[in-house]
Design a protein around this ligand. Structure first.
Ligand code: PAP
Length: 330
């Protein structure tokens, strides 16, 4: 029987409409055999597809919202910690930060894999402004109200070689139901070269946000993981300014930027009890799998020079003429 619910934008939504649509999407398998569905230009893992569709159909942005966007394994966890700390710095001092007791993914929640997965129509209205959310969807796939409202988007990208290797280690660090073990990166390389990976193609994700950041610099801030590693102070200032809460001279003098960067640093977050124990959303990957090495150029331990060259060539061809480039070593 078909039941109907009312969405936050007033539309009637037949509940099993989603189920029916998914069956018609092009399909593939991800690295460990989990189905991927191609929806609006993005390869969504099966566990996130319902959330992705509901999010796109129903989310209504506020002008004050902040959306953190990324390909997986590009610095999402870090960006969540940084943005949360910058925005809430007048509420919590670094010694009282909720980051000390709560994983970054629980403080800034994903639309597709969390909020709209648990409920087709989550009640986000009661959340105080500014709300901070995160998404792995591409720019073109975001709900219209995000693109059209005054809300801000911060995208973080990472060089494609480290992104791939980080994803490889993450994927093989936990077992999924019906999943097969992943032993070597060779098994997945062909897929990635064809753009088939969770939330890929990589080049479409980065290009969409890159172009949007050039066209609408007040709306979209494009950050690179490697730049943050190189100069966190400069990038924290950029982030705060973009979000409309620049650091004051007094804050700079008082060392507030350094305090936030220390609080959100890899070594600090990784060693917190809350991130060493427990699981994402209780049943997902262990919280510790979000903190591995955090090195620029770590890809060289898993990719041969010829694999790296081949993949980079593909990415460079896809990004040709965009002006976007990556730093692949320290
Ligand atoms: P997600 O998209 O699934 O949330 P994401 O946080 O983007 O994952 O990526 C995890 C990577 O960021 C890991 O990289 P690695 O596998 O190359 O080590 C992780 O170590 C790194 N990372 C996590 N937290 C931080 C941090 N505070 N500073 C720098 N890098 C970090």
């Amino acid at each position: 029987m078909e039941t109907t619910s009312i969405s936050t934008n007033g539309e009637s939504v037949p509940r099993d409409e989603i189920q029916g649509s998914v069956a018609g999407f092009p399909g593939e398998k991800n690295w460990v055999g989990v189905p991927l569905h191609f929806y609006k230009g993005v390869w969504y893992p099966a566990f996130a597809i319902r959330g992705a569709i509901s999010f796109r159909q129903h989310f209504i942005a506020r002008d004050t919202d902040i959306i953190l966007a990324s390909m997986p394994k590009s610095g999402t966890t870090w960006l969540k910690a940084l943005a949360f700390s910058v925005v809430n710095r007048n509420i919590y001092s670094p010694t009282e930060s909720p980051l000390l007791t709560t994983p970054p993914h629980d403080l800034v929640r994903f639309f597709e894999m969390d909020l709209y997965l648990k409920s087709q129509l989550p009640d986000l209205e009661q959340l105080p402004s500014p709300r901070i959310f995160s998404s792995h969807s591409h720019y073109e796939t975001l709900p219209q109200s995000i693109r059209e409202s005054g809300c801000k988007i911060v995208y973080i990208c990472r060089n494609p070689l480290d992104q791939l290797v980080s994803q490889f280690h993450f994927t093989r660090s936990f077992k999924r139901k019906n999943g097969k073990p992943l032993s070597s990166i060779d098994e997945v390389f062909d897929h990635v070269c064809r753009g088939i990976q969770s939330y890929g193609p990589f080049w479409d994700s980065v290009l969409g946000y890159w172009k949007a950041s050039l066209e609408r610099p007040d709306k979209v801030l494009f950050l690179k993981y490697e730049d943050l590693k190189e100069d966190i102070t400069l990038n924290l200032k950029k982030l705060a300014e973009f979000l409309g809460v620049p650091f004051t001279e007094k804050e700079e003098k008082d060392g507030v930027i350094e305090e936030i960067s220390r609080l959100c640093s890899f070594d600090n977050l990784r060693n917190l009890e809350v991130n060493r124990t427990g699981f994402y959303q209780n049943t997902g990957p262990s919280n510790s799998t979000y903190f591995r090495k955090a090195k620029v150029g770590d890809w060289c331990n898993d990719l041969t020079p010829s694999m790296a060259e081949h993949f980079l060539k593909i990415v460079e061809e896809k990004l040709a003429g965009s002006g976007l480039s990556f730093k692949v070593s320290e």
